[in-house]
Design a protein around this ligand. Structure first.
Ligand code: APR
Length: 238
């Protein structure tokens, strides 16, 4: 069970060049989320939805993990089995930075799923509505991304991990979307010390014990050093 649970949102990938959703010029100011991030929107216009995710998949492939992603990978390497990342992000930057114990609660841009038989496979860079499912051959393929109104993945495992955690951090998330926004309260109930890392205050800032205001690439490495020292005070002394 992880002693340290880190929730990440779009803000951790902002400095890697991937857009956030609710910042100025964020994705939801450019697209109507009802059209590109709901099952109803997909039924109405699957081409528009595939085009939206094809563009995000291309951007993701061109992006690189930043110092915040690599600092979290360093934390897991130093404290194997004690560190878990729960990410709302569908990019693969945590994995490419070296993190292995990662739960993608909103799914993965680089994974495709069949809406008919639920088979999942690595997504091609370009997906289209008439792509046949490799298992059942029906033209029902979709990005394996959790849309509004759908149930996030692995919620039972996330709850079990939070019940045991001692240190919690939320990095680069506006705390606007549930159930992710409520995870800090589950960590608090377990007695965890909770830190919010963001460039601004959020609607859930009051739920945290500490706030580190600043760019994730600058602040997360410092927070990781604090978490390592707290986990093994002797090590910090050299
Ligand atoms: N460093 C730290 N925080 C940052 C940075 C940065 N460089 N840049 C932006 N932020 C912060 C913003 O202040 C904001 O609070 O990241 C947060 C991004 O918020 P959102 O755009 O709402 O993204 P997120 O919280 O991940 O959204 C949650 O909503 O649309 C759905 O499924 C989608 O997973 C997403 C969910």
């Amino acid at each position: 069970m992880a002693r340290i649970v880190v929730l990440t949102g779009a803000g951790i990938s902002a400095e890697s060049g991937l857009g956030t959703f609710r910042d100025e010029n964020g994705l939801w100011s450019q697209y109507d989320l009802e059209e590109v991030a709901t099952p109803q929107g997909f039924r109405r216009n699957p081409s528009l939805v595939h085009d939206f995710y094809n563009a995000r998949r291309r951007n993701c492939a061109e992006a690189r993990p930043n110092a915040a992603h690599t600092a979290l990978a360093r934390l897991e390497a130093a404290l194997p089995g004690q560190t878990l990342i729960v990410t709302q992000n569908v990019d693969d930057l945590h994995h490419r930075a070296g993190s292995r114990n990662v739960i993608q609660m909103h799914g993965a841009l680089m994974r495709a799923r069949c809406g008919a038989c639920n088979r999942v496979w690595p997504a091609p860079m370009h997906m289209a509505p008439d792509d046949p499912c490799p298992a059942c051959r029906r033209a029902a393929t979709r990005p394996d991304v959790v849309w509004f109104g759908e149930i996030p993945y692995h919620m039972d495992r996330i709850a079990a991990e939070l019940a045991d955690c001692r240190v919690f951090a939320a990095i680069g998330t506006s705390g606007q979307v549930w159930p992710a926004a409520g995870l800090v309260m589950e960590a608090r109930a377990a007695g965890a010390h909770c830190t919010e890392i963001n460039t601004t205050q959020t609607d859930v800032s009051g739920d945290f014990d500490a706030h580190l205001l600043g760019l994730a690439s600058r602040v997360v490495p410092d927070w990781v050093a604090w978490a390592l020292a707290r986990a093994d005070p002797g090590a910090a002394g050299g």
